[in-house]
Design a binder for this molecule. Structure first.
Ligand SMILES: NC(=O)c1ccc[n+]([C@@H]2O[C@H](COP(=O)([O-])OP(=O)(O)OC[C@H]3O[C@@H](n4cnc5c(N)ncnc54)[C@H](O)[C@@H]3O)[C@@H](O)[C@H]2O)c1
Length: 401
């Protein structure tokens, strides 16, 4: 039996609670042991603090003393997006393996710094796109690679996710472009639906374990709500193997769709439904479905622990694998020149917790695009943005706000 991997957790509220629970589950089988937590605001959750103390877990207000401990092998970073880059780099420089929550960072430049730190430290650095551990996703990818839908032509998603005032009030970094001079770039494609962007590039990738290489990318970022960042995005890319990726997301909508991603080939279609199943529908074959559990925190932590123990184990998403994700979202930002306001918007139920924004005609366009991946929403066509090749992408979000 291997000795348990000794862990630190950075952040204790929000999604860190999911990690805490997964770590506790795996402590039961002696896979790992939580040694310390760092969070300047830990006392906002007195029950968590009390439970951690009863488990002999040290709680620090800063990351530095946690990283100084030589009895910690690996850290989980589940903090606001603008803190990811300095914290991941500090942890790697201190010789810790890192599980970094998604999105890894806001900009391509930050991504390069994290990759350089990972390479210098030669430690594991995974990004918390946890659903990549799902056997159902790997099944669909295998089918696509083996040509079950013929030549893959389009990977597409059109997702409306109504977000009301409390979503925007949940954290000081919500819907922000920058906080304390650091890029946050918070919005549907870069936070809640970042999983879909990353999975889309995975399915568009040519081999079982690869993500697609982008040949060119463009997009448009819009806002219905008076926020700093964006609440509606369209991102389009062509990959070097000739796949078109089209993703439209909005939080400015009356409706909420189950997240679905379509992989359309010239001989059939594959589909991922985040509400629980993966479907393969070859035109001339039998339809197959497989249960898909998108909430897999325990298997993601286990996969990370395995990579920490075994240098031969390729984890579910290394930080290097997230380059296409960064190129997609940064490319859309640069191509659109930052986010711009819709001309016509409507605030529904203002000054109530159920308040949300919507845009006339947008719901119908999203529905049409969901039914037919060629029916691209007009918000994109009307303001068609320049295509950018990867070499033209700037390392920073210089087109913000
Ligand atoms: N993988 C997923 O499915 C998933 C789901 C939700 C959120 N997330 C990601 O998790 C991350 C955190 O999101 P959240 O919604 O939990 O944020 P949050 O703001 O609710 O919580 C972040 C935690 O970090 C703590 N924190 C703040 N500053 C800190 C610092 N300097 N050092 C240490 N801790 C600090 C806060 O006190 C809080 O406990 C984001 O990257 C988000 O995208 C991932």
């Amino acid at each position: 039996m291997n000795s348990p991997v000794r862990l630190g957790l950075v952040g204790s509220g929000g999604y860190a609670q999911v990690h805490l629970s997964a770590i506790r589950t795996l402590q039961g089988s002696n896979q790992c042991r939580l040694v310390a937590v760092a969070d300047p605001f830990a006392d906002r959750l007195p029950e968590t603090v009390q439970a951690l103390r009863s488990e002999d877990v040290e709680i620090y207000p800063d990351l530095a003393p946690l990283l100084e401990r030589d009895d910690i092998d690996a850290v989980f970073i589940a903090t606001p997006i603008h803190l990811h880059t300095p914290q991941a780099i500090a942890a790697l420089a201190a010789g810790k393996h890192v599980y970094l929550e998604k999105p890894p960072c806001a900009t391509l430049g930050q991504w390069r710094h994290i990759v350089a730190a990972q390479e210098a430290a030669n430690k594991v650095c995974v990004v918390g796109f946890q659903m990549q551990t799902s056997p159902a996703l790997r099944f669909l990818k295998r089918q696509l690679v083996q040509g079950a839908v013929g030549k893959l032509q389009t990977v597409a998603a059109s997702i409306r996710w109504c977000r009301m005032d409390p979503y925007y009030a949940r954290a000081p970094w919500a819907a922000r472009w920058m906080v304390d001079g650091q890029p946050v770039f918070d919005g549907p494609a870069t936070n809640a639906l970042a999983h879909v962007v990353h999975a889309a590039m995975f399915f568009a990738g040519e081999s079982q374990d690869s993500w697609a290489e982008i040949a060119r990318v463009r997009g448009n970022l819009k806002k219905a709500r008076p926020i700093e960042s964006y609440d509606t995005s369209y991102i389009e890319a062509e990959t070097t193997s000739g796949v078109t990726v089209r993703l439209a997301f909005t939080h400015a909508s009356a409706g909420t769709d189950a997240a679905r991603l379509f992989c359309i080939g010239d001989a059939g279609k594959g589909q991922v439904s985040w509400d629980g199943k993966v479907t393969m529908a070859p035109r001339d074959g039998e339809q197959r479905t497989m249960a898909f559990d998108s909430l897999t925190p325990v298997s993601a932590v286990l996969d990370f622990l395995q990579a920490v123990r075994d240098p031969e184990h390729k984890p579910f998403t290394r930080v290097q694998d997230t380059l296409p994700y960064l190129q997609m979202v940064n490319g859309a930002c640069q191509s659109s020149g930052g986010s711009s306001a819709f001309e016509q918007t409507e605030c529904v139920a203002p000054n109530t917790p159920e308040s949300y924004y919507q845009v006339p005609g947008l719901d119908a366009e999203f529905e049409a695009f969901r039914a037919d991946a060629d029916a691209v929403p007009s918000l994109v066509e009307a303001s068609a943005r320049p295509w950018l090749q990867p070499s033209e992408l700037t390392p920073e979000l210089s087109h913000g706000r």
